[in-house]
Design a protein around this ligand. Structure first.
Ligand code: C2E
Ligand code: MG
Ligand code: MG
Length: 747
């Protein structure tokens, strides 16, 4: 051991090291890597020397060959060469030098600052110092280190051999060993140690790492350690060391300095990714942001392009390039939407065609023809409403979906447009008169259920063809004139309903219901009557379906139910309590699912009991929408109302429904059973139906009883409750109030 006192040698070592470090700084940028000299084999087998190769530039593996090179390696190789030995450097596998000493694979191990015992406790023999190695401390940020006493110093494990030597020189020092340099640095940064210790040459390499720029070299705390090779103390090793010492003595100081200078000036430290990131993080961040921005812009751009393409496609598919209006596809889509949105609005399809368009094109030229088509499209667009649409089907064929809410308006507008198109060329100083033929198809309720626009257009086209093939030159023709007439009449009915309810045109009549056995009047069915201001008496068979089709039946029914409850209230006040049957349409339930609650409000409003209202639900409704009907029936009965299945026998699944739904009374429709077929068979059917209803424990009433025979037959089969012309026809409320409590024939 040849450790020197910190105070004595400090200045001399400092000067040497400073010179070396200065050289590193000056030549780092220009230095070219120098190849280590080849192995010499002066005497016998080369000496195997174990070293830690993690301390560049003292010992480190050549990046190209993997061979251990460095200041220490070169000086040792020179000294051994002087002594007549060739050497091979091997990377020590053991964690410490002490353990490496016990490994017989190495002839020598280095570097040692002083002789230490091996891990197994055997003494060692070491060479003279090859070099005075400067050691110095590094701190985190600037620190003033005045003394080594109690100083906590961190070193990497590979340097732990030197720890013993250092403790001998500075007894007060506390040395913490870490596995790697990065662990040492993080211990320093987290103040677990006050400083890190390492060979100054090694620091000159390590501190080139950009992220260690916060570490400060402390030249003032520099000291030197000897740099020796050693082996287990044996006679052979003593002999070997002796011979090596002779070589070491011959070491030329200039050559040693040249080796140090050579390695110190090599550009040994190579930046890795983390170094570049540390150096250029702001730039990297900017780049990432820039590329992210580029990506966002690209995505946006792609979206915009796609949107534009979609729109272009849509335009191509749904737009007519000539008129700028809808294409056939566009029309079909829009028309379907309208029919779904307005299932209660009566519509027609109008198909129009210029009869002499070919002649116009030939005589005036195609551009003139195109101009006419554009003009026509503009004119149609001027009259169309929100809930109407049109398109140019092809060539000179236009098709429109128009709403029949006002037939006068429709006719006026049609004439207006056709007239201006007809005189298009005449108004522009030419002689050609445009002839237009139109075909009209009026939509039926079925068309709203199964929307098939192509079919509807075809039918309008058939009407147009029919017209074109006649001697008439222009005008319009209906495919289904009956539907048009019906539509027009329905329009009159529907549009007049609000006024009719206020003006008293609509009245509630009552048809009494009797018990033929006792002769008692047991109630009545409320039936609506309408004396239209212009059309006269209209049958419920006409206005009820018209109102159902247009979704207005609930308005009428709410009116009727209110009127019935008013009458019931009045009769209650007069001490003549009655029960009245009212009709409930399935469209009422569709329009307002809270029908049961509506009835509750009514009886509350007029202070009635729920059993005073019998609600007739047509049997066919149970077949069409059983779930809704069953739940409505259950609710109504739950609130205490009586529910009756109307028109039993007229539908298709009466028997099936009987098992699924609970009603209070079955209303057997005699009309359907007696109008056709063998009367004898009808009687048999009625007999068994009555029996069955009784067996199911339900009440029943027969309606449509017209003859004495029928009444007696029913009574004989124990169906006593009846309603029909045989007893009473439906009558006004005044007449109904006049009849007594009993049938006149039953005193
Ligand atoms: P419905 O409920 O089955 O009513 C019985 C229908 O039979 C009534 O026709 C009635 O006048 C008729 N009728 C009664 N006795 C006889 C008879 O002995 N022989 C014949 N041939 N017919 C008889 P109306 O008043 O023309 O009503 C027809 C249908 O219109 C009703 O059938 C009912 O479904 C519906 N209706 C009537 N008023 C209303 C109402 O205010 N609201 C609803 N939603 N529907 C109603
Ligand atoms: Mg009825
Ligand atoms: Mg009925």
């Amino acid at each position: 051991m040849k450790g020197r006192c910190f105070a004595l040698k400090k200045t001399q070592i400092f000067n040497k090291t400073l010179a070396a470090l200065l050289c590193v700084m000056l030549t780092l940028a220009f230095a070219l890597p120098l190849q280590a000299s080849a192995e010499g084999t002066a005497a016998g087998t080369p000496l195997k020397i174990g070293v830690f190769a993690d301390r560049c530039p003292v010992f480190y593996p050549d990046p190209d060959t993997g061979e251990v090179i460095g200041i220490g390696a070169d000086i040792m190789r020179t000294a051994a060469g002087e002594a007549g030995y060739a050497v091979i450097f091997m990377q020590v596998e053991e964690p410490t030098l002490k353990e490496a000493l016990d490994n017989t694979a190495y002839d020598l191990v280095m570097p040692f600052g002083s002789a230490i015992d091996s891990a197994s406790g055997r003494p060692t023999v070491i060479t003279d110092s090859l070099l005075e190695t400067p050691f110095t401390l590094v701190t985190y940020g600037k620190r003033d280190l005045t003394s080594f006493s109690n100083l906590r110093v961190g070193i990497p494990r590979s340097l732990s051999g030197a720890a013993e030597t250092i403790r001998q020189i500075y007894p007060g020092i506390i040395i913490n060993v870490y596995e790697t340099i990065p662990e040492c640095v993080s211990a320093l940064r987290s103040a677990k140690v006050d400083a890190l210790l390492n060979n100054s040459y090694v620091w000159s390499y390590i501190l080139q790492k950009p992220s260690y720029s916060d570490l400060v070299l402390q030249p003032s705390s520099m000291f030197s350690l000897d740099f020796c090779a050693g082996a287990i103390d044996t006679p052979d090793n003593r002999d070997l060391i002796k011979k090596l010492n002779r070589g070491i003595a011959k070491l030329d100081e200039t050559k040693v300095h040249a080796i140090i200078l050579d390695y110190s000036t090599r550009r040994l430290y190579h930046y890795d990714l983390s170094d570049y990131l540390h150096l250029y993080w702001a730039f990297a961040l900017l780049c990432i942001l820039f590329f992210a921005l580029l990506a966002v812009i690209a995505v946006q751009k792609m979206r915009t392009v796609r949107k534009e393409q979609d729109e272009l496609m849509k335009k191509l598919i749904y737009e007519d390039p000539l008129t700028g209006g809808l294409s056939m596809h566009g029309f079909r889509k829009r028309a379907e939407e309208l029919l779904k949105e307005h299932p209660d609005t009566p519509y027609l399809i109008l198909y129009a065609n210029i009869k002499n368009f070919k002649f116009i094109n030939d005589s005036l030229g195609k551009p003139a023809g195109d101009e006419l088509l554009r003009y026509w499209a503009d004119k149609i667009n001027e009259i169309l409403r929100e809930n109407e649409t049109m398109c140019r089907l092809e060539g000179d064929h236009f098709v429109m979906l128009r709403c029949i809410d006002d037939k006068v308006r429709l006719e006026q507008e049609y004439t207006e447009v056709i007239n201006s198109v007809r005189t298009f060329f005449i108004d522009r100083g030419k002689e050609n008169r445009v002839q237009i033929c139109s075909g009209i198809y009026v939509l039926t309720p079925e068309d709203y259920r199964n929307i098939d626009l192509d079919h509807m257009i075809d039918l309008a086209r058939v009407a147009e063809k029919r017209l074109r093939n006649t001697f008439k030159k222009e005008g319009f023709e209906f495919y289904n004139p009956d539907q048009w007439e019906k539509g027009k009449r329905n329009l009159d009915i529907i549009s007049h309903l609000p006024v009719a309810m206020k003006s008293g045109e609509i009245q509630v009549w009552y048809q009494p219901q009797v018990n033929f056995d006792t002769g008692e009047i047991i109630g009545a069915e409320a039936l609506c009557r309408w004396k239209h201001a212009t059309l006269g008496w209209i049958s419920p068979a006409e206005f009820i379906p018209a109102l159902e089709e247009t979704g207005m039946i609930h308005k009428l029914d709410f009116f009727v139910w209110d009127k019935v409850c008013q009458d019931l209230h009045r009769w209650n006040e007069q001490g003549r309590r009655r029960s009245i049957s009212v009709n409930l349409s399935r469209f009422d339930i569709m329009a307002d699912k809270a029908i049961p609650e509506h009835f509750c409000e009514l009886i509350k409003k007029y202070d009635l009991t729920p059993d005073q209202l019998r609600i007739e639900i047509t049997e066919t409704i149970y077949v069409e929408d059983p779930d809704v009907l069953i739940s409505t029936t259950e609710k109504l009965r739950g609130y205490g109302f009586k529910v009756e299945m109307d028109d039993f026998g007229s539908g298709y699944s009466s028997l099936n429904m009987l098992k699924d739904v609970d009603v209070d009374r079955i209303k057997l429709d005699l009309h359907f059973l007696t109008t056709s077929g063998d009367p004898q068979k009808c009687r048999t059917i009625i007999r068994y139906v009555v029996k069955m209803i009784h067996s199911l424990g339900m009440e029943m009433i027969a309606e449509g009883v017209e003859t004495d025979d029928q009444a007696k037959f029913l009574l004989s089969k124990k169906c006593a409750e009846m309603q029909g012309y045989y007893f009473y026809k439906p009558m006004s409320v005044d007449d109904f109030e006049q009849i007594g409590q009993k049938l006149p024939s039953h005193p």
